[in-house]
Design a protein around this ligand. Structure first.
Ligand SMILES: [Fe+2]
Ligand SMILES: [Fe+2]
Length: 152
């Protein structure tokens, strides 16, 4: 049983869009873990929100090295597969167990706090890359004698 994680354990990544989507998904997961037995409707709603959110992150992943990008995408595919398996179980009439819901919550919080935080940080670093310094502008800032010496 996983009872140690509270909602406050979700750390903001620093991306407004991603954090807003995380908040929406966390609300669904909180209802699943705290409310009565969740079934097909709740799982289907979660699947929809999560798939849309992963699509948002896929766009951001252009900044990642291919190997890290594939690892992140693989984590997303694996989470969606877990939800799909629970949907199949619910379709057979078995409601989600408390352990199932806790595991969905645990994965989501850990993934958001690690892989997603890394993704947002990588995207931020790319935006911060310094501009190319022009050699000519740099030479112009020198004394005339130094400039002539370097240009000759
Ligand atoms: Fe995420
Ligand atoms: Fe992610």
């Amino acid at each position: 049983m996983t009872h140690t994680l509270q909602n406050g354990s979700l750390i903001p990544t620093g991306s407004g869009v991603i954090d807003a989507e995380h908040g929406g998904i966390l609300d669904l997961l909180t209802a699943m873990t705290a409310g009565g037995p969740a079934g097909l409707a709740e799982l289907t709603a979660l699947r929809h929100e999560v798939a849309e959110h992963f699509a948002t992150e896929t766009v951001e992943m252009a900044v990642l090295a291919p190997e890290r990008r594939e690892r992140h995408e693989q984590a997303h595919r694996s989470y969606l597969a877990s939800i799909d398996a629970l949907i199949k179980t619910a379709e057979r009439g078995d409601p989600l167990t408390g352990d199932d819901a806790n595991r969905l919550m645990l994965w989501f919080i850990v993934h958001s706090n690690t892989a997603d935080t890394e993704l947002v940080e990588a995207a931020r670093r790319t935006g911060d890359e310094p501009l190319m310094i022009s050699m000519d502008e740099w030479l112009d800032s020198l004394d005339e004698a130094d400039r002539d010496a370097l240009r000759s």
